[in-house]
Design a binder for this molecule. Structure first.
Ligand SMILES: Cc1cc2nc3c(=O)[nH]c(=O)nc-3n(C[C@H](O)[C@H](O)[C@H](O)COP(=O)(O)O)c2cc1C
Length: 190
């Protein structure tokens, strides 16, 4: 029997997304967001949900663009720092030793040190309550060569993305491959 935990934001796993934007002064900023993920295949879109108090909030609206970096095990402390300090009072790139790179496709920066980045054009915002959902069309995905396998595709075991546990507020890593999607369930097809 299951016990009720109430109406809460509990979902497992959630990603650890590094949302990049330029503020009004043109300063690059990076914030940690766990409320987000892919939301459309064609056009390819990703969503992140931000509270209005975030420095990144106005920045994304003004530039109509943001980037989404994938936080990785090797940069866990830097990723967490971007979730506890605000760009309103500090240059997080400089403080965390991260290198800002200007996207050539959208008006937003990303950190060179995270292995994969999605460059996004803001296409829609949805007022949900305490959070506003920002939906971005993915204009390009850029990945480090070292994050790709021999087949040239991004390899999750090389990216080593962080996984966030909203229940205990912890960062986890990903485990090994358990099975092939669209395949292991075929035995149940009639
Ligand atoms: C693991 C983690 C996940 C977070 N997820 C979100 C989120 O999804 N949305 C949000 O608005 N803030 C989230 N935050 C908080 C912001 O990252 C934090 O308030 C940050 O300082 C905002 O930066 P900014 O003011 O420079 O935009 C998260 C923080 C952490 C540590």
């Amino acid at each position: 029997m299951k016990k009720s935990l109430g109406a809460k934001t509990l979902l497992f796993p959630t990603p650890v997304l590094m949302v990049g934007s330029y503020d009004r002064e043109g300063k690059p900023n990076l914030m940690n967001a766990a409320w987000g993920g892919l939301c459309c295949s064609d056009p390819p879109c990703v969503t992140v949900s931000l509270r209005k108090a975030r420095h990144s909030y106005d920045a994304i609206l003004e530039r109509q663009a943001f980037t989404v970096g994938i936080a990785c095990e090797g940069k866990m402390a830097e990723a967490d720092y971007c979730g506890i300090a605000s760009g309103s009072s500090v240059d997080k790139f400089a403080a965390a030793g991260l290198t800002p790179v200007r996207s050539e496709l959208v008006d937003a920066p990303y950190a060179e040190e995270f292995p994969v980045v999605l460059e996004c054009r803001l296409v829609q915002t949805v007022e949900l309550g305490i959070h506003t959902q920002f939906i971005g069309e993915i204009i390009d995905v850029k990945g480090d060569q070292a994050a790709c396998g021999e087949d040239g595709l991004l390899d999750i075991m090389k990216i080593r993305p962080l996984v966030y546990d909203p229940s205990h507020k912890g960062y986890h890593g990903v485990g090994s491959l358990l099975g092939k999607a669209f395949s292991v369930g075929k035995g149940f097809l009639k």
